[in-house]
Design a protein around this ligand. Structure first.
Ligand code: HEC
Ligand code: HEC
Length: 471
């Protein structure tokens, strides 16, 4: 449908958008209703099965123009940004909208998993002219789809690590104030060292020696770059970037002055309760497992490979487990900033006790009763590029002020089910991505290449035993 406004030489021709499409009662739409956040929070655990089921539906849903998909007049940027001119195409492989559903990409080997290279996404802070800029690697970075299995446990680990680092900082500041002397504090949480800081008596904190985390000491476990704090924050980004679905808590009237920032014609397309449903679904996805019933020869090889993995120093970054004190997942999350619903903005939060889910029974516990989360990561960022081993240094722009050659240690649980490998999915084989580790990982990579062919093979046998299996 085309609509003419004005007349004569100044006639403006506007492409019809959802706004001008009167959705009929039989038209395709996902949002026949919205989830009421406050009602779900008030209902407590009784509401959770319904919330998770709705999240699963939304994760698989193909959003339509009647739902508000498309953001014709806004870009994919995380911070609400208007297009400078023109309207977005309904589909743009690079700048988005690039797909119809979350599960269009996160589907291998099961719903919520990883994806084929065809599902790579292109991430950027903002495009002036999206169809054009986004094809240029100096404006956008290409990324392989990450599996979301165990994502709730990962977020909980990061929250506890952040709390520890903040407590260490605050203690150093208090001690410096009290003693009138500089206090240097090591930043260590769950056995992972994030450098150190120096607190001065006047309350100023010197953060130059902080390592692998932002200066605000918030551990950000999501994205290959490690720059996103919570499932909630990421989900709002993803809804907008991939589908042009704008969540009211970021794109709504509070921050943009409009109920329909992207001019899709559908006001407040995604409500806080809808986002919570998607978060609840992702947060309760069971973590990856170790392949069951391995043939004897594979079992023996994997056990030997695991030993090498330790001895080579792989586990210094890919920590086999991190201990988690509490399995209580609260939504909203504690460390989000404006544009993602925050705890202070709701009467009561949604509480999901992950210990009630069958996967919790499979988690080992240490003597302190902490759950050992077998993620094979330290949730810390590292340099993985140097002058000789530089294949991972293929991005031309820094993301969120994290240098180009720095990436978060990816979780290796499930890595046997998520090929290809590397942030962009450039490596088809495990042996190839291991050989591509440079920078701070160079020592372990060199040690790996120093093994015999048969010994290296056992490391592969081990990694391939870490899988995502259908529950
Ligand atoms: C076009 C493919 C595609 C679609 C559609 C898509 N994703 Fe993703 N997703 C990705 C890629 C690629 C990454 C890795 C991004 C990065 O590392 O910067 C990712 C990462 C994520 C992460 C962070 C995981 C982690 O551990 O780092 C979350 C959470 C996520 N997606 C949720 C969603 C949700 C929710 C939707 C639907 C609203 C969605 N995604 C739709 C491709 C997609
Ligand atoms: C200094 C920290 C560090 C060490 C040591 C290290 N890695 Fe990594 N590893 C990383 C980072 C960071 C990446 C992500 C690189 C990228 O995608 O750009 C990675 C990526 C990987 C991947 C690809 C995962 C995926 O899904 O894409 C595998 C497999 C892997 N490492 C195995 C190993 C093995 C085996 C060793 C020991 C020989 C090792 N790593 C040593 C930090 C490290």
């Amino acid at each position: 449908m085309r609509k003419r406004i004005g007349g004569g030489a100044l006639a403006l021709v506007l492409m019809a958008t959802a706004g001008s499409v009167e959705a009929g009662s039989w038209d395709e739409r996902v949002f026949t209703h919205h989830v009421d956040f406050d009602a779900v929070a008030a209902a407590g655990s009784a509401a959770l099965p319904g919330l998770i089921a709705r999240g699963r539906e939304l994760f698989q849903a193909k959003f339509t123009t009647a739902d508000g998909a498309g953001r014709p007049k806004a870009t994919q940027a995380i911070i609400p940004t208007k297009r400078k001119f023109g309207v977005n195409p309904a589909f743009s492989r690079l700048s988005g909208p690039d797909s119809d559903s979350c599960s269009g990409c996160h589907n291998q080997p099961v719903l919520g998993g990883s994806g084929d290279t065809v599902s790579n996404a292109f991430v950027s802070e903002g495009f002036e002219s999206p169809e054009f800029d986004s094809t240029d690697p100096s404006f956008s970075s290409e990324r392989h789809t990450t599996a979301l299995m165990g994502a709730g446990l990962v977020e909980l680990l990061a929250r506890e690590m952040t709390a520890d680092l903040h407590a260490e900082r605050d203690a150093a500041v208090a001690q410096a104030r009290a003693s009138g002397k500089d206090v240097e504090a090591d930043l260590v949480t769950k056995g992972v060292r994030f450098g150190s800081l120096k607190a001065h008596a006047d309350g100023i904190v010197d953060l130059d020696a902080v390592d692998g985390v932002d200066a605000d000491l918030i551990v950000r476990p999501f994205s290959r770059k490690g720059v996103f704090t919570s499932l909630r924050q990421f989900t709002i980004n993803a809804l907008n970037a991939h589908h042009g679905m704008e969540a009211s808590e970021r794109f709504g009237v509070r921050w943009t002055g409009s109920h329909d920032f992207g001019e899709s014609g559908v006001p407040d397309a995604v409500r806080p309760g809808d986002v919570s449903a998607l978060v609840a679904f992702q947060a309760t996805l069971p973590p990856p497992t170790v392949k069951q019933n391995l043939p004897e020869d594979w079992r023996i090889a994997a056990a030997e490979g695991e030993k090498h993995f330790d001895e080579l120093g792989c586990a210094s970054c890919h920590r086999a487990t991190l201990p988690l004190k509490s399995l209580i997942f609260t939504d909203p999350a504690p460390y989000d900033t404006a544009g993602t619903l925050r705890a202070g903005e709701v009467r009561k939060g949604i509480v999901i006790d992950l210990s009630k889910f069958p996967f919790a029974a499979q988690l080992k516990r240490n003597a302190k009763g902490e759950w050992l989360i077998p993620l094979y990561s330290d949730l810390k960022r590292h340099f993985v590029v140097d002058a000789e081993v530089a294949d991972l240094g293929n991005e031309l722009q820094a993301q969120r002020f994290v240098e180009r050659d720095v990436f978060l240690t990816p979780r290796l649980w499930g890595v046997g089910s998520t090929a290809p490998y590397g942030h962009r999915g450039d490596f088809r084989m495990l042996n190839e991505i291991i050989a591509a580790h440079g920078g701070d990982a160079r020592f372990a990579r060199d040690a790996y290449l120093g093994l015999t062919k048969d010994e290296r093979d056992t490391v592969i046998a081990f990694l391939r035993s870490l899988v995502i299996e259908a529950p």
